[in-house]
Design a protein around this ligand. Structure first.
Ligand SMILES: Nc1ncnc2c1ncn2[C@@H]1O[C@H](COP(=O)(O)OP(=O)(O)O)[C@@H](O)[C@H]1O
Ligand SMILES: [Mg+2]
Length: 254
C-alpha cells in the first residue's frame, strides 16, 4: 500500500479515498451537550474528523475543551447528542447499549490516568481477565513482554511502582489485539521519566499490534511521537498538524 501524503491527512474532512486509505473512524457534525436550558454545556460542537488505520494521534487542549468526550464517543463509552460517528462498519451514534458494549469488548482497549488494577490479582492475572473474554487474544505473557514487564508477571499491584502498574494497564488494554487503543491522560499521575517509559510502551503497542491509537495529554512534548496532533478548544478541533517524522519517546524534550 502506498504511503499517504501526510499533508493530505492534515485536513480533517479530506477525501481520504483519493489517497487510497479509507478512515477507520469518521465523525461528521458531531455534537454532545449535557444538561438543558440555560445550563446546557456544549462539550462537542459540530466536529468533523477522520482517523486512519494504524495512526498515532495525540489530542491536546485545555481542560474542558472536549477531549475526553470525543475519546469516550470514539470508544463507545458515551453517545453523541447529534451528528454521525462510526468505526469501520459500526455506527456509534444511535447504537443501543448492547451494541456499544460488544463494540468495546471486541475492538477497544482503554488506558486511563488511574490504573484500576485488581489489587488481589497478579500482573499476569489482571491481564488474563481480559484475555479470557477476547476473541483472538495474545497470551498475557506476550502482552506484558511488549510493555517490558516480563520480570514482573507474578507481582501484585501493591508490589509495583506507578509506572509499572500503568504498563500492566497498557498490557491489559492490548492483550485483546484491539483495533483502537484509547488513552486518556495515561501519564497524568506519573513523573516525567516514568511517563516516557509508559509512552514508549504505548508507541510500541501501536507499532506492533497495529492498533489505531489516540492519546489525550496536557503535555505538548508528547506531540512529537504522533503521526498527527489535534488541538481542541471549546468543543471543536482548532488545529491539526502532521509530523513528517515521528520521534521516539526517549528523544522527546519535556
Ligand atoms: N457528565 C457530564 N455532565 C455534565 N457536563 C459534562 C460531563 N462530562 C463533561 N462535561 C462538560 O463537558 C465539557 C468537556 O469536558 P471533557 O470532554 O471532559 O473535557 P476535557 O477532557 O478536554 O477536559 C466540560 O465543560 C465538562 O464540564
Ligand atoms: Mg478529560
Amino acid at each position: 500500500m502506498a504511503m499517504p501524503n501526510m499533508a493530505d491527512l492534515a485536513r480533517p474532512t479530506s477525501d481520504t479515498r483519493s489517497i487510497g486509505v479509507p478512515p477507520v473512524f469518521i465523525a461528521r457534525g458531531l455534537c454532545k451537550s449535557y444538561g438543558g436550558g440555560d445550563a446546557t454545556v456544549h462539550a462537542l460542537r459540530d466536529l468533523d474528523l477522520d482517523i486512519l488505520p494504524g495512526e498515532f494521534v495525540v489530542l491536546l487542549g485545555p481542560s474542558g475543551s472536549g477531549k475526553s468526550t470525543l475519546l469516550n464517543i470514539l470508544g463507545g463509552l458515551d453517545a453523541p447528542t447529534s451528528g454521525r460517528a462510526s468505526w469501520r462498519d459500526h455506527e456509534l451514534a444511535g447504537a443501543d447499549e448492547a451494541a456499544l458494549t460488544a463494540y468495546r469488548r471486541d475492538h477497544v482497549g482503554f488506558v486511563f490516568q488511574f490504573y484500576n488494577l485488581i489489587p488481589s490479582l497478579t500482573a499476569r492475572e489482571n491481564v488474563e481477565l481480559v484475555a479470557e473474554i477476547a476473541q483472538d487474544p495474545m497470551r498475557p505473557e506476550e502482552a506484558l513482554a511488549l510493555v517490558g514487564l516480563s520480570h514482573r508477571l507474578d507481582h501484585f499491584p501493591g508490589q509495583l511502582s506507578g509506572g509499572e502498574q500503568q504498563r500492566v494497564a497498557v498490557a491489559r488494554a492490548i492483550v485483546k489485539r484491539p483495533d483502537a487503543l484509547l488513552c486518556d491522560e495515561p501519564t497524568g499521575a506519573l513523573d516525567v521519566e516514568t511517563g516516557k517509559i509508559v509512552l514508549s510502551a504505548i508507541a510500541r503497542a501501536n507499532r506492533e499490534v497495529g492498533a489505531t491509537t489516540v492519546v489525550i495529554t496536557h503535555n505538548a512534548a508528547i506531540a512529537g511521537m504522533a503521526d498527527r496532533v489535534l488541538r481542541m478548544g471549546g468543543g471543536r478541533i482548532v488545529s491539526i498538524e502532521a509530523n513528517a517524522n515521528r520521534c521516539a519517546p526517549e528523544e522527546l524534550v519535556w
